[in-house]
Write a protein that binds this ligand. Sequence first.
Ligand SMILES: CC(C)(COP(=O)(O)OP(=O)(O)OC[C@H]1O[C@@H](n2cnc3c(N)ncnc32)[C@H](O)[C@@H]1OP(=O)(O)O)[C@@H](O)C(=O)NCCC(=O)NCCS
Length: 186
Amino acid sequence: MEKDTEVLIRPSRDGDVDAMLAIYRRHIRHGVEFGVDEGDTPEPDDLRDRRKNLKNRRFPHLVATRDGEVVGYAYVVLFRKRPAYRYAVKHSIYVHHEHLGQGIGRLLMRGLIDACAAAGFRQMIGYIDADNTASLGLHESFGFVRVGHLPAVAFRHGRWSDSVMVQRSLGPGATTPPPPPPLSTR
Ligand SMILES: CC(C)(COP(=O)(O)OP(=O)(O)OC[C@H]1O[C@@H](n2cnc3c(N)ncnc32)[C@H](O)[C@@H]1OP(=O)(O)O)[C@@H](O)C(=O)NCCC(=O)NCCS
């Protein structure tokens, strides 16, 4: 695999959905993080709708491309739906299995953090399988702190697995209140 070609980060498009789905499916079948049934995999239309919804609500949804091919993606959703939680997001990040360990996860994470901070979000939260050393390492290197350990919350590959909850503040974090809402919504 060509490692010297430049990797670009940009917002995802409808045309990226099939490539994102292929990356996701491969991790489902082989990844430490997943181990779910094929039936739980979203279909292309689901992913397309989901992506459009996220985009409409201005939640960052990014892809990494190399030579025009999608080699990874990352996005956020609201941490919780209730209005009080509107400044906190929960993220996901996936890199194509043939492009792991080449700095793409790092580029996506940098892009996602910057885009979320620019969008006004204040906290970013992730759940990581306790055995997922790559993801734990990536998050640690971006200043995510382990804020929780959830024992035995997943059952996969014939055994119970723990999850680690990580969190990082964005922009001014909790040092200032959020800006007042626009006049039209007051
Ligand atoms: C986690 C994941 C996104 C990392 O992407 P990546 O492109 O391989 O990572 P990078 O090459 O950018 O590495 C960034 C950092 O992650 C950590 N890391 C990456 N691979 C690692 C590994 N195999 N072991 C330990 N740490 C690792 C390191 O801290 C690394 O920094 P360094 O190179 O300075 O040591 C990727 O492994 C992946 O897609 N995994 C499957 C899906 C998944 O688990 N997503 C996360 C769900 S929470």
